[in-house]
Write a protein that binds this ligand. Structure first.
Ligand SMILES: [Zn+2]
Length: 312
């Protein structure tokens, strides 16, 4: 069984998780940029994070045989802090990078005017860069949030078949499906969607355009939820082709819209003084940044050779 987790925050997970995911069949992940729990106060901390998602985390995933791509954006929650909003001006030079397979997570958190502006601006960025978009729906007022999201999507230049609406449930699935967008479901350990409810939705609405993810992060979450949904699908009468469609071919088709999905992993067994994590020399924080320097100067320390990192 091959599994693709199309929404997981590996930055907040351990190597034990990577090992368990690989053993369960996970061979590819997409990591959306998100709120880190500790609010950011400037665009600079977004850029360091984006660089980690582009360089360090794919390298870490490859050590465990897992292909890693990311989606980049100003997340809905931090779109409300005017100190963070200028990161929108920095995004274009990141959206051209090979590992970026969508703009995301964008969408609504509290449905404020600042969130309206950031959502609309980033849908336009996705259209301009010919990338799909991962759009999160709010955990409160779900149906109202979905309707407002779909209104903004329809007003944008991005076609609905380039939009994945995530965190859907029984109250929002029908309208989301009717919109023509892709349908994302985040399966959590004890709140929101669980695997039984997920399988019931698949039975009612079918597997077309459906993606299932763990959305695992620093909160209570389970990076093996993709496998648990697959197992329950089989136990409940779906066949292996249905499982492969929902948990592999659908995410490959959606993120493949970027033209940048590379699923073969060059596993590296490189070590440094017996440590499985390669350690480089940290950049001198006092060194002035050359504005004319090539984009590679943004890649993190800890990658001694670009050739060790897939997609580099
Ligand atoms: Zn997320």
């Amino acid at each position: 069984m091959r599994l693709f987790d199309p929404h997981i925050h590996m930055t907040s997970r351990t190597t034990d998780d990577y090992e368990a995911m690989y053993a369960a069949g996970v061979r590819a992940v997409v990591e959306p940029s998100f709120w880190l729990g500790q609010p950011r106060t400037s665009p600079a901390s977004f850029l360091d994070y984006f660089n980690a998602l582009l360089g360090w985390e794919p390298f870490r995933a490859a050590q465990h045989g897992i292909a890693h791509h990311c989606t980049l954006a100003l997340n809905p929650k931090e779109a409300n802090d005017p100190r963070c909003v200028p990161v929108l001006d920095e995004l274009p030079r990141y959206l051209v990078k090979d590992q970026v397979v969508a703009v995301g997570e964008i969408g609504y958190d509290s449905m404020t005017p600042a969130e309206d502006t950031a959502l609309a601006a980033q849908l336009e960025l996705a259209a301009a860069h010919e990338l799909p978009a991962l759009v999160h729906t709010p955990h409160r007022d779900k149906l109202a949030g979905l309707r407002r999201t779909l209104d903004v999507v329809r007003e944008s230049a991005l076609p609905v078949d380039h939009v994945l609406i995530d965190h859907l449930n029984e109250t929002t699935v029908k309208e989301a499906k009717d919109s023509g967008c892709w349908l994302g479901f985040s399966v959590y350990p004890d709140t929101k969607m669980d695997e039984e409810r997920m399988v019931a939705i698949l039975r009612a609405y079918g597997p077309e355009r459906v993606l299932v993810n763990s959305a695992a992060d620093w909160g209570r979450s389970d990076p093996l939820k993709t496998r648990k949904v697959a197992d329950l699908m089989l136990a409940e009468g779906f066949d292996e082709d249905d499982v492969d469609r929902v948990l592999w071919r659908n995410p490959v088709a959606f993120y493949g819209l970027s033209g940048r999905l590379t699923l073969d992993v060059t596993t590296t067994d490189a070590t440094h003084e017996g440590n499985s994590i390669l350690r480089g020399v940290p950049r001198d924080p006092g060194a002035p940044k050359d504005p004319g320097a090539p984009e590679d100067s943004d890649t993190p320390a800890g990658r001694p050779e670009a050739s060790a990192v897939p997609g580099a």
